[in-house]
Design a binder for this molecule. Structure first.
Ligand SMILES: C[S@@+](CC[C@H](N)C(=O)[O-])C[C@H]1O[C@@H](n2cnc3c(N)ncnc32)[C@H](O)[C@@H]1O
Length: 169
């Protein structure tokens, strides 16, 4: 993901819904980018701060408390953004993608990995429904969206969707 985003030393990067910073620490080490982790959870922020301190990355990484549906971040702030298993928790996909678009500088990229339903999901198949319900229960997710819904939501948020990379403007 870091390679696909072209992350490099000094770039300002947003981790949307960063948890305690597991991927954030790995991506910071790998890329030398300056990474801000956004999340809405006090415990995860204090634990994340301990972890980035232990990793020796306190100068390079930071955390910000806020709702990714209404980010406390100015427009055109970041050189790249990514989200890992986070925006699937959003009540509205277009809402969170639009916020990512707003805080990215023009022309910059957003990469994400999250739970989605493929075209092979059959809502009339009891086994498929059980698996979906167990993932939602286990991960505390709202109704899992389809890839088609997410791609459309990205387009509605004004992203240009290109293969596995989504381009802003
Ligand atoms: C499953 S965790 C993934 C954490 C991290 N990306 C990782 O891969 O380890 C989901 C994260 O999304 C955050 N989150 C969920 N809803 C949020 C919201 N409305 N605003 C900000 N963060 C949110 C949670 O606090 C949590 O950190």
């Amino acid at each position: 993901m870091a390679l696909q985003l072209g992350l490099k030393k000094g770039m300002k990067v947003l981790d949307v819904g960063c948890g305690i910073g597991g991927p954030l620490i790995e991506i910071a080490r790998f890329s030398s980018a300056l990474i801000t982790g956004l999340k809405n959870n006090d415990y995860q922020i204090s634990r994340g701060k301990e972890l980035i301190f232990s990793a020796g990355l306190s100068e390079q990484c930071s955390f910000l408390k806020g709702d990714f549906m209404n980010m406390p971040i100015a427009d055109n702030t970041f050189d790249a953004a990514y989200a890992i298993d986070a925006t699937c928790h959003a009540p509205d996909a277009q809402g969170v993608y639009s916020e990512v678009y707003r805080v990215l500088k023009p022309g910059q990229c957003f990469a994400l990995a999250e739970w989605r339903l493929t075209d092979r999901f059959d809502p009339n198949n009891a086994k498929h429904l059980t698996i979906k319900a167990e993932i939602e229960l286990g991960d505390g997710l709202p109704d899992i969206r389809t890839t088609r819904q997410c791609v459309q939501a990205m387009k509605d948020a004004e992203f240009e969707v290109s293969y596995s990379c989504v381009i802003n403007r």
